[in-house]
Design a protein around this ligand. Structure first.
Ligand code: ZN
Length: 273
């Protein structure tokens, strides 16, 4: 099942409420829906809790999809593909290397990635992301993680590479507004054996990998992260980027394609300063 969040096309994206933002009087709350062919069947309730179909149907062509989830936290895994660790001159880690992106960095499909003026090198990192559906903490090696997974989506872990090197910490380099495109949908059923994870810039393939190449697979990552931080519904785990990261320039269109999920497409623009 493919889950999305959407708004009618006639409402401009600026009027859609984002997590924690103060509500202008003309803002709207996006709706949840289930994608069915060329239509969306609207859902009422919370998809990670109780929900039902509202009975209303929208043609996909008449809506704008927004980020499919507003995560409370975004836990990212660095260097989880051998060739990607090597291309940046890093050793293969012996345990997962994790960092956080702020929820304020999330944008949806079609929204522009804004290149900050203080960085000269902003890279794409196309990744498979896991969305948590049920609270979990302190999972053991024998625990089954599947009951805690809501689904899977595409995520672009946009990174100011020069600032990452300069800071030694990842918060600034990974944390700018618009640096976490997510979507277009959440696929609730995905067989993770060998799912393709690809990134295209202006139609040219830049990154290609398969989930089977991950150093630490998804179930290991969820158990491992759950031993540090309680995972709650809506939290997102980005599972790392395959080799081939490279720069984005104003005017580019970047696409992250995850087999069985879909393609997340975002234009790139310079900051208007
Ligand atoms: Zn990454």
């Amino acid at each position: 099942m493919k889950i999305c969040r959407f708004q009618p096309l006639h409402i401009p994206i600026e009027q859609v409420r984002r997590r924690g933002e103060e509500l202008p009087s003309d803002s709207v709350e996006p709706s949840w829906g289930v994608v069915a062919g060329e239509n969306i069947r609207e859902v009422s309730g919370s998809l990670t809790g109780e929900w039902k179909l509202s009975g209303r149907t929208w043609p996909l062509a008449e809506v704008q999809l927004v980020a499919p989830i507003e995560p409370g936290k975004i836990v990212c895994v660095g260097r989880n593909y051998r060739e990607h660790a090597a291309e940046l001159g890093n050793p293969v880690p012996t345990e997962p290397l994790i960092f956080l992106k702020p929820p304020s960095s999330v944008i949806g499909p079609g929204e522009p990635i804004v290149l900050p003026a203080i960085s000269e090198r902003v890279d794409h990192e196309g990744e498979l992301a896991v969305v948590i559906g049920r609270q979990c903490a302190h999972l053991g090696e024998a625990d089954d993680v599947r009951p805690f997974i809501f689904g899977y989506t595409c995520l672009n872990d946009v990174t100011a590479r020069d600032l990452q090197r300069k800071d030694g910490q990842f918060a600034r380099a990974k944390g700018f507004d618009t640096f976490c495109p997510m979507g277009p949908v959440i696929e609730t059923e995905l067989d993770l054996a060998g799912v393709s994870v690809e990134t295209f810039v202006n139609g040219q393939r830049r990154q290609a990998g398969r989930t089977s190449q991950m150093i630490f697979p998804v179930d290991h990552l969820i158990r491992w992260v759950s031993r540090m931080m309680t995972l709650v519904p809506g939290d997102v785990i980005a599972t790392g980027s395959p080799a081939g990261v490279g720069p984005l320039r104003a005017g580019d269109v970047v696409e992250v394609a995850v087999g069985g999920v879909g393609t997340l497409r975002n234009p790139v623009m310079a900051a208007s300063l």
